[in-house]
Design a protein around this ligand. Sequence first.
Ligand SMILES: Nc1nc2c(ncn2[C@@H]2O[C@H](COP(=O)(O)OP(=O)(O)OP(=O)(O)O)[C@@H](O)[C@H]2O)c(=O)[nH]1
Ligand SMILES: [Mg+2]
Ligand SMILES: [Zn+2]
Ligand SMILES: [Zn+2]
Length: 402
Amino acid sequence: MPGAPSRPGITCPYCFAAVPPQRVLFRCRGQAGRTRGCAPVLDERLAAYTGSTAGASLPPVFAAPGRGGRADCPDCGRPTGNRACPECHNPLPAAYCDSPGRIVALVGAKNAGKSTYIAVLLHELMNRVGTELDASLVACDDRTIERYKRDFARPLLEERRLLPTTASAATGPREPLVYLLTRTRRGRFSRARNESLALVLFDTAGEDLRSREATDLHLRYLEAADAVIFLVDPLELPGARTGLADVPVPRGAGEDPGSEPLNVIARVTETLRQRHGARPGEPLPVPVAVALTKIDVLRPAPLRQSALHRTRAGSGVLDLDDREAVDAQVRALLHDWGAGQLDTYLGQQYAEHALFGLSALGGVPEAGRVGAGGVRPHRAEDPLLWLLHRFGMLDGARPGGA
Ligand SMILES: Nc1nc2c(ncn2[C@@H]2O[C@H](COP(=O)(O)OP(=O)(O)OP(=O)(O)O)[C@@H](O)[C@H]2O)c(=O)[nH]1
Ligand SMILES: [Mg+2]
Ligand SMILES: [Zn+2]
Ligand SMILES: [Zn+2]
């Protein structure tokens, strides 16, 4: 499989422990209707992970060799196919245990647009893009469902309020949103088969990436990543700001060199180099997508006819011509803005990086609220489509021929 570094066993998408397949636990299915089964008990490991006993009373977990992904509960005898991580006791979906899980990490400096992007990307995958790709996006646990609604979808998409600054992980426990994206592919000569990707989105606070002493879970998240999406606010690039007369300078822009896009990317890169044991000068095998966010603020006139401002055709394949055109345009923009260093650095550090431009909101917000037209994402899914292509889950095509 191209791109994804091989790793023995499964990486838990919650605690990022490397788990040998034979150590994955089973969880009893418990009582259902008239069927007898084990009663729920407080799962202390799970409660320790979530930082709360709410939702942690569940039928017990047990170790068993299992056959075909199932085992009989030693206490009540009921067969179960529910799997759990031996370290944190979070659920490991069967599809995730069966196919090598690929973890996509999302990072960016403070105010880069991470939270807004997460809200919009997930919504797109659950709706328009999911339909286009014949893909389902399913939350792996109830807490993910609950938090997505409460912290992302309701405020931003329903009430159209901008999301608050994400609090530092130092102020409270934080856990990732864990989804399984499953695509059905129908080969011309083979039977339909499903392929899955674990989309693990950790809404990091920008300030946590500022210092080198990130929290433990945070570091393990980066280390476990099979692919990285870097979000870069173009307004943080001084060259892009000049010439944008009517755009307000973002809060805190330029005050803190530690949060400059190149510095954030360099810190994350160092972490990845350590985990891969990369020798100096050796490029990292992790594919990275670097996306300029908020491209709606760029002066539209000169860009109007450009690749970036076109709408993607949306035909269930990766349009390679379009991909190359956008990549070239973003590269040219970076160089125009005197931020070519960013591109050069990525080229030196990674075997493969791709450049994107997107807008989660589709327009400039006003007074803490989404603009009048509502949330109208533009090319928000592009980085993910490219990664799916890199992982062999999405075909590439050149609709123009050649
Ligand atoms: N014009 C425009 N502004 C955006 C867009 N997305 C985000 N913003 C602006 O950027 C601000 C920060 O976005 P967030 O998503 O909160 O950024 P973040 O990276 O999560 O920030 P921290 O949590 O502080 O690290 C928002 O309040 C918006 O004002 C976009 O697509 N277009
Ligand atoms: Mg945030
Ligand atoms: Zn039982
Ligand atoms: Zn775990």
